[in-house]
Design a protein around this ligand. Structure first.
Ligand code: DX5
Ligand code: ZN
Length: 220
């Protein structure tokens, strides 16, 4: 089973509540919330005040992807502000185990996000402390980038790594997912599929979510 997690980074922020209702109507269950600080990544996006408003506007699972330096300072705060899932980058946190534990203790699901050029070996020791891994299939910072081809082999290796250890860890994939490659990533072990421009880019988010779900399940 897989779930679609539209990234509201590509939504129309002047009509955020409508955009959220539209993806829900299409069948999306998770809302992906990209937090960027202009330091870990070049871009600056949204943070705690917007999260608190979004929390009031929807019952959907809110998944906060923290692309920030020193995520240990803020991770649990995002859970308290309404996030159900919070991921922190392995590249940004020398005390990852502590941060993941803090997210769980605050009542959230803890995730480790990993950049395209970071080896999966960086995940090994912390894997049991994570509920999910967010595998980046583009370099974080912007929506609308192209899927990096090597991500597919990395996804399969991560899936095998989790299976070998008998862990319940879920895999989320983020970046450059569209109706053409969604089936392959689902078949390769991804269970949570983030999509920004593929959902909001065409101005019809309800239809776009349905199209992605159909493309992932079509028998061919
Ligand atoms: C990239 C973000 C992604 C992005 C996905 O830094 O983490 O979540 O919004 O957008 P698309 O699907 O357009 O690549
Ligand atoms: Zn993201």
């Amino acid at each position: 089973m897989f779930e679609i997690a539209p990234s509201i980074l590509s939504a129309d922020f002047t009509r955020l509540a409508e955009e959220i209702s539209a993806i829900r109507e299409g069948g999306a269950t998770i809302l992906h919330f990209d937090v960027m600080d202009g330091r870990f990544v070049p871009n600056i996006t949204i943070g705690l005040p917007v999260l608190k408003s979004v929390r009031k506007a929807t019952e959907m699972t809110i998944d906060c992807h923290l692309m920030i330096v020193e995520p240990n300072r803020y991770a649990a705060e995002f859970v308290r502000a309404g996030a159900d899932m919070v991921s922190v980058h392995v590249e940004a946190d020398p005390h990852l185990q502590r941060t993941l534990t803090a997210i769980r203790e605050a009542g959230g699901q803890a995730g480790i996000a990993i950049n395209p050029a970071t080896s999966l070996t960086a995940l090994e020791e912390a894997l049991p402390d994570a509920d999910f891994i967010l595998l980046m299939s583009v370099n974080p910072g912007f929506g609308g980038q192209q899927f990096i081809a090597n991500s597919l082999s990395k996804l399969r290796r991560l899936s095998a790594m989790i299976e070998e250890r008998g862990l319940p860890t879920r895999i989320e994939i983020d970046g450059g997912i569209d109706a053409k490659n969604i089936k392959t990533v689902v078949e390769s072990g991804a269970e949570i599929i983030v999509a920004g421009s593929a959902v909001f880019g065409g101005g019809k988010p309800t239809e776009a979510v349905k199209e992605l779900m159909d493309a992932a399940t079509i028998w061919a």
